[in-house]
Design a protein around this ligand. Structure first.
Ligand code: HAM
Length: 428
């Protein structure tokens, strides 16, 4: 029997593990959509695969996604390389440029949700196919948009019922600040390269900032010993002012955060603002969500300058956090009416009646004939308000026997009477 690829998951109501239960997914996506639409953002769906260059240039040659070959790459028939998206931001910037959104009133605020693919080693909260809600505000380089993005992200978490969040806010500076900082780190770590983990040894040259973010204990011990100065100490005046304004705006909005002077993000395109949201339920090493500003990304993709800021929320990790905090999900709607056939010939009559009443009335039916007692039990199990039976007698009289499950009141109703009952005030 064939099985799903490890690190991929089927999402359905009865799934054993909480993050893969469909009602949790639905709750997260519909809440995020409500919050983001309510703030004037519009939905965009981009393809889940693009030309490889979109992501290679976007997430950067020194990011783990590229360095550790975490992208799922394949060839089209013409031999051109394509990749499953390892993140949606580069695709959205590509779409913004391709559809000339630059002439729309700015900023253009877009959001999406869907599957993301990274060939990472599987562990709790880390999968090869996972899902994100993603929000991007494009076309304006103003710290107000950064503060709004953080506030919206926090509002999504809070609306869902999460309480114990930590927003870690940092700045990765402008590209020239980062050059200076990386040079500083290169000089600091260079002489100790042999003491670093294999992954980090490669980073000394390519992207020493990522060493700070290393999950290896060996690297962390060396970092503790060398005590590198933080990125924030290397910000130029413009980036420093920008960062201060984001902080001021968040204070004014009453959004709680802590400044993390060492915050490093895994993607190369960030400039200035960068943040992560953490939650005890998924461990300190992984983030519930993250975001930041990426003012140079459009140019990397061959487009005009388009500043932007946004965030990604990992849906599975968020589901784990909701489970940890014991957040109750909204109940699934119960059927109003459960209609059951008492004999073989009534099966199609039950379906025909259900089809007439749907979608105004939420009707579920029994698919095999059963006794009235069994049908009643079934209706109670489903949380229905009414149970209806059709058997030989009902067919002969052209009626349905309808029982109100709460009061026990039972009547024989003709289809027209049934319609007016369900259109009446009692049902609504
Ligand atoms: P990211 O930090 O790479 O950012 O991913 C965002 C979130 O996706 C993470 O915080 C985590 O919740 C989830 N995530 C990442 N990898 C995995 C995985 N292997 N399994 C499960 N969940 C995972 C981005 O992707 C940026 N595009 C965010 C952004 C938008 N920045 C600006 N705009």
């Amino acid at each position: 029997m064939l099985k799903a690829v490890p690190g991929t998951n089927d999402i359905f109501a009865q799934a054993k593990e909480y993050p893969f239960r469909e009602p949790v997914f639905r709750y997260i996506v519909s809440t995020a959509e409500e919050v983001l639409r309510g703030a004037g953002a519009q939905m965009v769906y981009t393809p889940i695969f693009e030309y490889l260059e979109v992501f290679q240039k976007g997430v950067g040659l020194t990011s783990d996604i590229v360095v550790k070959k975490e992208m799922f790459v394949f060839e089209d028939r013409g031999g051109r390389l394509l990749a499953l998206r390892p993140e949606p931001t580069a695709s959205i910037v590509r779409a913004y440029n391709e559809h000339g959104m630059k002439v729309w009133p700015q900023p253009v605020r877009l959001f999406t949700w869907g599957p993301i693919f990274r060939g990472e080693r599987q562990q709790k909260g880390r999968y090869k196919q996972f899902h994100q809600v993603d929000y991007e505000a494009l076309g304006l380089s103003d710290p107000l948009l950064d503060a709004e993005a953080i506030a919206l992200m926090v509002r999504i978490y809070k609306t869902l019922g999460l309480k114990h969040l930590e927003v870690k806010l940092g700045s990765v500076g402008d590209p020239e600040d980062r050059l200076r900082y990386n040079q500083y780190l290169r000089e600091l770590f260079g002489p100790y390269a042999k003491d670093l983990s294999e992954d980090s040894r490669v980073r000394v040259e390519a992207n020493p900032m990522r060493i700070l973010d290393s999950k290896s204990e060996r690297d962390q011990a060396l970092i503790a010993e060398l005590q590198p100065k933080p990125m924030l100490a290397f910000l130029g005046p413009a980036a420093q002012k920008f960062h201060q304004q984001v902080c001021n705006y968040l204070d004014r909005l009453g959004v709680a955060y802590t400044v993390d002077p060492n915050l490093v993000r895994g993607l190369d395109y960030y400039v200035r603002t960068a943040w992560e949201v953490h939650h005890a339920g998924i461990g300190a090493k992984s983030a519930l969500g993250g975001g930041g500003r990426y003012d140079g990304l459009s140019e990397m993709l061959g487009g005009p300058p388009v500043p932007g800021v946004g965030f990604g929320i990992g849906i599975e990790r968020l589901a784990i956090a909701l489970e940890q905090e014991g957040v109750a999900l909204p109940a699934d709607p119960c059927p109003t009416l459960y209609l059951a056939p008492l004999d073989e010939a009534a099966k199609i009559e039950v379906l025909a009646l259900a089809e007439q009443l749907r979608p105004k009335v939420n009707v579920e039916i029994g698919y095999t004939p059963k006794s009235p007692r069994k049908a009643l039990e079934e209706a109670l199990k489903k949380g229905a308000r009414y149970v209806g039976f059709i058997g030989e007698d009902e067919r002969a009289r052209g009626v349905v026997t309808l029982k109100h499950l709460e009061t026990g009141e039972q009547r024989a109703l003709e289809p027209l009477q049934l319609h007016s009952l369900f259109e009446g005030p009692e049902i609504k």
